[in-house]
Write a protein that binds this ligand. Structure first.
Ligand SMILES: [Zn+2]
Length: 274
């Protein structure tokens, strides 16, 4: 959608603190590593501490102003309308070139199955992007407000690999239309069942044939047992994008530890996914 490119351009031109964050992220230290044969990237991105350190217990969520509701957003944060959602520039980027949040116009809980057709439709309308979902207890820092995110597919190792270290791949063929297709209904059923059993992360993107690829991670836990600020621990709080091979850390010590020992990452992925 070209409107999204314009929205992003306006934010970079007129929203100084956010354009500075994108600039810092473009210049941030990053390393490529191989984790059990799969390509991963680790990026040192301290501004993501807002998510990595987020308190996500029910009481903390209920007592903080929702950052996806318009009343709590800064005047600079413009929005585009898309169906029952608004598309906005994510002010705390994981992707240095563009990162969007697509949130419901209503303050309603993060739940995927009833809205999965919307996610697929959006992925189809945004070739070159991944549209992703972090469920409650699976990396979402706003589990109380339905939202997706989108970023460039080229930055995600998962999208360039037919096989992946964890999770399961589903393909929706060309011509699958929301609302009237058996394949979409079947996959929605799989998502609903997974979501009843555990927290989930889902990543979707349009493939070159016009279909949509969907990668589902079923979670065992929100954060690994090594999570923590004390010595010997790591501040790593994996969501969709970390599991897809673009890992964000917020402290130089964690960046050094993971790049020196890729096995740590393999352990984290194995621990938080089923
Ligand atoms: Zn809200």
């Amino acid at each position: 959608m070209s409107e999204m490119e314009s929205l992003f351009g306006r934010a970079m031109g007129g929203w100084a603190e956010v354009s500075a964050r994108y600039g810092q992220l473009a210049d941030a230290p990053r390393a490529s590593l191989t984790v059990e044969g799969y390509s991963f990237k680790v990026v040192l991105n301290p501004t993501r501490s807002v998510s990595t350190l987020a308190k996500v217990d029910a009481r903390s969520i209920a007592s903080r102003p929702c950052f996806l509701c318009p009343a709590n957003q800064p005047a600079e944060q413009e929005a585009l309308r898309w169906q029952g959602y608004k598309i906005q520039v994510n002010p705390f980027p994981i992707f240095s070139t563009r990162h969007f949040t697509i949130s419901s116009l209503r303050h309603e809980p993060q739940q995927l199955a009833p809205h999965f057709a919307d996610m697929v439709a959006l992925a189809r309308q945004l070739p070159g992007y991944v549209v992703f979902y972090n469920g409650a207890g699976a990396g979402a820092s706003a589990p109380d407000h339905l939202h997706f995110q989108a970023g460039p597919a080229a930055e995600l190792p998962l999208c360039r690999s037919e096989w992946w270290i964890a999770g399961e791949r589903h393909s929706l063929e060309v011509g699958t239309m929301p609302g009237d297709d058996a394949a979409l209904a079947a996959l929605t059923g799989i998502i609903a069942e997974a979501e009843r059993q555990c927290p989930i992360n889902v990543i979707s993107w349009a493939d070159e044939q016009g279909g949509v690829e969907v990668h589902l991670f079923r979670r065992r836990c929100h954060r690994p047992s090594c999570y923590g600020a004390e010595p010997g621990h790591l501040l790593v709080s994996p969501g969709s994008i970390d599991l897809a091979g673009l890992v964000t850390v917020i402290r130089p010590a964690d960046f050094a530890a993971l790049t020196a020992q890729p096995a740590l990452l393999a352990g984290i992925v194995a621990e938080v996914t089923r």
